[in-house]
Design a binder for this molecule. Structure first.
Ligand code: SF4
Length: 213
């Protein structure tokens, strides 16, 4: 599956948007469509971490070549972005995505990793069957199988993101525990927007004109 005609009408989909969409479609639209970006402790530390990766872009450890902040793309799928780290074992790419924040349930980052694997397969002509998520705060590395079900899920999300980019409305806020660690909660106002009664009162208040005597 792939949308080979994506370039007729659409911009390429960012690899990072796959995780954002899987976590919360509204977060994905705010970041990638509305260009909303707010800092919190996790985004600040994540930025610091990514800057440190740029200090040594290529390294050999034994027979393994390690490339950091490697630009990636897939012409076939209309994907673009970067891999934090790619190890090359006998020429076979093994992507590693670094995460700073709390370990999230639901494995949303696996989609971003799978997107990287799909790009690397197209770029290198080698099959990429494994990768890893490295949680910087706990120094733990979790291996991920790039299997059929993850590939199918990733392809579906690529198409969902492409559709979202062309929709006029923002998705409804999820307004649940995901919002607690979301850097965009101040811009998103999930509780106010999700609570339509409260929203109606706020909208009404916007148009109340005080009599000035
Ligand atoms: S605050 Fe909640 S609803 Fe809003 S973007 Fe973040 S996760 Fe999504």
């Amino acid at each position: 599956m792939g949308n080979e005609n994506w370039y007729d009408t659409d911009e390429p989909v960012m690899l990072s948007s796959l995780e954002h969409y899987d976590y919360c479609p509204r977060q994905c639209a705010l970041i990638h469509r509305e260009q909303t970006f707010d800092e919190n402790i996790y985004t600040l530390r994540g930025r610091e971490l990514h800057e440190s990766l740029q200090e040594e872009p290529v390294e050999m450890v034994g027979d393994v070549r390690i490339e950091r902040e490697l630009p990636l793309w897939s012409e076939h799928l209309g994907l673009i972005g970067r891999a934090d780290v790619v190890e090359f074992h006998d020429g076979v790419p093994f992507p590693i995505e670094y995460k700073y924040g709390p370990v999230r349930s639901g494995k949303h980052a696996d989609l971003q990793l799978c997107g990287q694997a799909l790009c690397l397969e197209e770029m290198s002509g080698r099959a990429v069957s494994r990768g890893a998520i490295y949680h910087f705060s706990s120094r733990r590395r979790r291996e991920v199988n790039i299997n059929t079900s993850l590939r199918q899920r990733t392809l579906a999300v690529i198409e969902a993101v492409r559709k979202l980019m062309n929709e006029p409305e923002l998705p409804t806020p999820v307004n649940d525990r995901r919002c607690r660690n979301c850097s965009l909660s101040d811009s998103c106002l999930p509780a106010a927007i999700a609570n339509t009664r409260k929203l109606a009162l706020l909208q009404h208040a916007l148009f109340v004109v005080d009599n000035v005597t």
